[in-house]
Design a protein around this ligand. Sequence first.
Ligand code: GTP
Ligand code: MG
Length: 830
Amino acid sequence: MAHRETAPYTAQNPREITQLIHSLEGHKGNKSKNSGGFSVRKHTFELPNGRTVDSWKMSDWDYKKANLPTYARGLFTYKTLAGNDEIAVRGYDKFFNHGEVRKTEWRNVEQNTRGPYELSVKENGCIIFVAGLDDGTLLVCSKHSTGARADVELSHAMAGERWVERHLATVGRTKSDLARRLRDMNATLVAELCDDDFEEHVLAYSKEEAGLYIHGINLNLPEFATYPGHLVDKFADEWGMKKVIYVMEDDITKVKKFLDTVAETGNYNGRDTEGFVIRCQARENEHSPWVDWFFKYKFEEPYLMYRQWRECTKAIIGGKPPRYKKHVNITKEYLDFARQKFVKNQGLAKKYNQNHGIIRLREEFLASRGTTGADIIRQEMEGGDVDSKDVVRNVVLVPIATIGCGKTTIALALVKLFGWGHFQNDNVKTKKGRGQVFADTISSLLVTNPVVFADRNNHQKRERDQLINDISKTMPNVRFVAIHYVHDRANFEPIRAATRARVLSRGDNHQTIQAGSKDQGEIIEIMEGFMHRFQPVDTSDAPDDHFDLVIDIDPTIESRENLEVVIEKLHSTYPGLFRDREMPTPSDLDAAVQWAMEYQPDFKMDLSRGGNNRGQNQNQNQNQNTNKRQNEPKPKKQPKMEYFGIRVQAPRINSILEAMFRDQDAQTAKFFRHLQNGRRIQAEFHVTLIHRASASQHQQYWEKLNALHGGVMQQANGNWEPELGKCGVHLERVIWDERIMCFVVRLNGAATLTASNETGKATEEVNFETVNAVAHITVGTADQSIKPKESNDLLQRWLNEGSGPNGIGELAVKGNLVLEGSVRGVLGRS
Ligand code: GTP
Ligand code: MG
């Protein structure tokens, strides 16, 4: 096995560290100013000797962004006695679960990593960092803090430090020995603190097993460099600490096989395990250097079942009904067992509530049945329990929010990205029975949409209860997901500031809350009402225990970030919803939010008592025609028509491409893989019929399509990119060069549609055809600077020269593949 024999060493460059700190400082706090970037929180900790260290913390999802100054999760810096900036502690680069990000998809792991692969059991305590400062003192930290904490008796960092002392005593060494040694190595020791006496986690550690498990030694550098496992072990032995078990593999297919096998039971080496961390080296592409890189493989069960048992046990101790939806039968049985135990042994319940005896109770239960957790899971799977992994439709997203949190923005962005359903309570045009109308509309949208966003504040349990009940009556299998805009009382001021700023600058651009023409005081009063009535999600009780998943988001941050959290959580919980489709890129998310923020409601009404709906609606209609009324503040500009196109289903296109290139040699598939790996495949595919840029050359056609769009839109209640008609798209061949790839297509019969025009009276025939020389679908471009319209140039060259040595690649699409396309006008973003 190819071992790296020697320890890596690189000294810190103080200038580089100063730059790093400046860059982090620049992203501190102020989240709203840099939506495309990342945000950092800095905490300064005072050390016993009066010096200070700074901890830098980024949001989890920020680590998925490109070009961060560092990807270290857990980073502490300080000023040396000589006045230099220095990294004191450096955690691992944030690593992701398999399949969680592009880089950890198996295809990419197989292609872009190399062994030896070290597979270590994901320990199940809390992470502890140990490092040496320039004055010979030892610094012990948890992920983002060090020293004592006001709110707990013994902080993680302090518990970690006690264990360091105990371990060192066994080998007769001191903390300053360790401090000096680590600073000479310019390294941070990374350990897992596993001690059930201190804090019980789900997996058991006996007295003998408790301690600090050393799993890594990282160089204190902005970029990630870490010791190979055998040298980590050697260090742990030398300093009296515990080692982690790891398995070595050279071959990635064996790695996968091993993990898949263990994942079937979640049990390894006789122990229930949370997952594995796989350490190896990776590179961005063939020309990039190999760098140290980790990913993880999390096991879902029986770990999750144990957690459910723990929560339910605490519920019954607290006199509340236990709430659970999974592992129903076995959990009932377990709870009966637990109740009996608590009755027999009086002190037990109290101890359990203090996190003691959790594992004992569980193991006694399993022993009494003569089964293991793994057995139970296996039996359940054989019995056909539906896992959230297998959910492919019937999901309702239920925001729990107040006015101006960004519900509609997130909803529209999801519509744009995934074509899901969305209905706004503000679009219910009656005053009576609004709740019922709202729920009924959501139910009916579920028939044609896998996911529907129920856009209403749902800020009170009463509303949640009504929505969940009314939908469940007709559709019993719906899963409800709470999009919980967390409203901690302590955070009310920032929430007020954020939501008011949004609502007031939105002006009249809303169906019912028209801050532009109403008295601002009145609007603020309405908003306050929602804040005061707000009831946070409480899944321990009805109706919130019906939520299958709760996604917490922050009303004060950018919708862009919240959108990402929502998609991430949905994706990891219900991967089936995203089956066969490319996940959107960060720039897709930017674009979708941008698009959503241009939203213009297509009607307005007054819900206040005595408000005159009809009048308001008429005004709005007038407004659409004349575009402005006197003494009304300027409305946001209506987005302009960008182009007309035929949209085809992205999952189909992606699977067709994958099938076409799967069996090609590396040279033929090279550009396609390049697009895939660089996330340069379009998220959405269409045949352009006519773009605004060529409107003047084909004025009649442009106007005709616009008129058709206007007519359909009038009837399309809230949908401003409604379908104008259908058109078959015959895929003929794929053409590419080193810049761009596209399909050459034929529009089948150029379907003729008869539709009512703007006045709703006359009818008109429209022949869908493209004004481009060759009808095509752009697949992707090599980089952002290359615009999709360059397909036209490529196809012109291909028409003149054909393919082959000129660098143009060509593959015919086999079979007679005709996709059903949807003709739509697509609005611009400005
Ligand atoms: P109601 O329907 O009134 O309850 O509000 P809502 O929760 O649906 O909020 P909405 O999505 O309408 O957002 C309120 C306003 O803030 C709109 O004008 C949005 O365009 C704008 N907005 C939403 N998210 C962001 C954001 O991240 N940044 C900025 N600058 N504006 C945002
Ligand atoms: Mg809204």
